[in-house]
Write a protein that binds this ligand. Structure first.
Ligand code: SF4
Length: 259
């Protein structure tokens, strides 16, 4: 714990912040700890350096935002304002920022010149969703993350087959700077999420009751039938399963636990 903390303070900016060994060590350190215990420790002891929450303000986002805000409401919250969200999501975002007292909320917008050059019609999602996500999500987040060492995500194992093997702490392999991704809710079940919403009287995203268990940009989000993979309504008809800010783990990925 101390070793990781001192390395963050003393690091040279160009060096990797964390390694896969650090991620494994953190996973071992917090094995058996509750989500609240883990969050309280890493935030109060600054074990992750400068950390932000990346939130979609989607169906279950209120849980992670409330958990982190309960420890420190000043943790920066990054929202990818793609320009393609449902109006309900933007209203829900504003409601949660106010209700949870999030004091460092940040909208991340695409670079206007890149947008004009690569998606002047605003229809790139319809023929090249990967390219659209790059311009509207991946690039703005990469720019914002230069100021951070780690990020919290709201990913959960039950959401899709590509998320079942995710550990709590993982090295972001798409990022040469060695940033960590932390998945505090990875072991949570739908029942855990529902119970947390009820216990803390958190407002629901208005589209959940209309059949959207996973909510992203409006053109790329469909309703899901009961019993289907909650994320099956995202990019329906395409091979795409993640927007590019999360890369699915593959065989041999060093983030996978080695038993
Ligand atoms: S989710 Fe769809 S609209 Fe949103 S950035 Fe990706 S491709 Fe574009």
């Amino acid at each position: 714990m101390v070793e990781i903390d001192s390395r963050i303070r003393d690091r040279i900016d160009t060096g990797p912040r964390f390694t896969t060994a650090d991620a494994h060590r953190l996973n071992n350190l917090f094995r058996g700890a509750t989500t609240q215990e883990m969050l309280t420790t890493v935030l109060t002891e600054r074990m992750l350096g400068d950390v932000a929450i990346v939130s979609s303000f989607g169906a279950e986002s209120a849980v992670l935002l409330h958990l982190v805000a309960s420890v420190d409401a000043s943790v920066p919250v990054l929202f990818l304002e793609t320009g393609k969200h449902f109006p309900e999501t933007l209203a829900y975002r504003d409601l949660l920022v106010d209700r949870l007292g999030l004091t460092d909320f940040r909208n991340l917008e695409p670079d206007p010149e890149r947008l004009a050059a690569k998606d002047s019609t605003g229809l790139r999602w319809s023929y090249d969703p990967d390219g659209c996500c790059d311009i509207r999500k991946v690039e703005p987040l990469a720019r914002a993350m230069t100021g951070f060492d780690a990020s919290f995500t709201g990913r959960k194992a039950f959401q899709s087959a590509t998320r079942t093997a995710l550990p709590r702490f993982e090295l972001d392999l798409s990022d040469a700077a060695g940033r960590l991704k932390v998945n505090p809710l990875i072991t949570w079940t739908p029942a855990d999420v529902d119970a947390y919403f009820a216990e803390h009287d958190l407002p629901r995203h208005p589209l959940v009751e209309q059949g959207f268990p996973s909510i992203g940009c409006a053109p790329c989000t469909n309703r899901v039938k009961p019993g289907e993979d909650p994320r099956s309504g995202r990019w329906a008809g395409w091979e795409k399963v993640e927007c590019g800010i999360h890369v699915p783990l593959g065989d041999g990925d060093p983030n996978l636990p080695s038993f």
